[in-house]
Design a protein around this ligand. Structure first.
Ligand code: DAH
Length: 321
């Protein structure tokens, strides 16, 4: 504050000096030269002082920050946090639960990638070139043109190719793909630029949409440990036909009222083009797929209302788990 006042004072002086120049027209040539020199000298001196003061202020502001400093909660800073004091992130624990439920139903699990390419993000999923549906998945890009994926569906093509030999053995492809995804979002309590999804892919000779709804119901009822009312409505995804949005009625035990349906994921019958691109004959085999956010799933289970907590490193939040 002190230096701010001093700065103010110097600026005022500078103003007075500048105003003083008006007098010059009333002086003789000789006097003008002397007056001018004197004024300029004073002005330079003030300008120098101002510059010094501003520099000092700036130096103060950019004092190096200690990035290891403790800033989470209002308690004394311990010497250093040791690894033993850390714990697993709640999302990872929940993700394990999710995978376990699917594994009990016979699904394999395969982790998604955090950097992918145009082909897996769009082309392999039947997004036509230049199609506006691509805009719905606004994510980031590296300078080399790689894409931090906006959804775990980028893995569908790999899953189909990797597991298609199962079909020849007369078995089904049944795989879930948990993973971290990224979107160019305006971040708020319900939108994050980084979050988690879990994808499911099932292909066999005889499967139907009814099987898909059965699997999804089973999953949500296991995860929330109770019977649930479910509902679907038509949706649109280029990689499924038909496409659905899958909803559950928010349970009373989790603060829901009757008719309070929440959209939990997108799903549908895998588009024949997606199967074909992976070398699977769509006239012989059918498949369904689904994908939904893990953060949202966990938030409902624990009554959380701000998705930003998951990525915040806020220790108060993390310690609640
Ligand atoms: N990937 C979609 C999204 O993030 C969700 C989705 C919809 C996944 C339909 C699917 C699917 O596998 O079949 O919006």
């Amino acid at each position: 504050m002190e230096s701010a006042e001093k700065l103010q004072e110097l600026k005022q002086k500078l103003k007075e000096i500048n105003a003083g120049y008006a007098k010059i027209s009333q002086l003789t040539t000789e006097e003008k030269a002397k007056f001018g020199q004197e004024q300029n000298r004073k002005k330079q001196e003030i300008l120098f002082q101002i510059e010094q003061l501003e520099k000092a202020e700036l130096d103060k502001e950019v004092e190096p920050i200690d990035v290891t400093a403790f800033s989470g909660v209002n308690e004394p800073l311990p010497e250093l946090y040791s690894a033993e004091m850390g714990s697993r992130h709640p999302l990872m624990t929940e993700l394990d639960r999710v995978i376990e439920i699917y594994q009990m139903m016979g699904f394999d699990a395969m982790e998604s990638r955090q950097l992918d390419d145009e082909f897996h993000m769009f082309d392999s999923l039947n997004f036509a070139k230049e199609h506006p549906a691509r805009d719905g998945y606004d994510t980031f890009r590296t300078e080399e043109g790689l894409i931090p994926p906006a959804h775990t569906s980028t893995m569908q093509h790999r899953v189909l190719k990797k597991y298609k030999s199962k079909l020849d053995e007369g078995k089904a492809i049944a795989v879930v793909v948990p993973g971290r995804v990224f979107r160019n979002e305006d971040v708020d309590a319900t939108h994050e630029h980084t979050f988690y999804q879990c994808e499911g892919v099932y292909v066999s000779e005889t499967c139907t949409m009814g099987d898909m709804l059965g699997i999804l119901r089973e999953f949500f009822e296991k995860y929330y440990e109770q019977k649930l009312n479910i509902r679907t409505q038509p949706g649109y995804f280029p990689f499924t036909e038909p496409s659905l949005e899958f909803m559950i009625e928010k349970p009373k035990s989790l603060g829901g009222k009757k008719g309070d349906f929440l959209e939990m994921l997108g799903c549908g019958m895998i588009h024949p083009n997606v199967l074909k691109m992976a070398g699977i004959d769509p006239t012989k085999y059918h498949g369904f797929a689904w994908g939904g956010g893990i953060d949202r799933l966990v938030m409902l289970r624990y009554g959380l209302n701000d998705v930003r907590n998951f990525e915040s490193g806020n220790l108060n939040f993390l310690r609640e788990f």
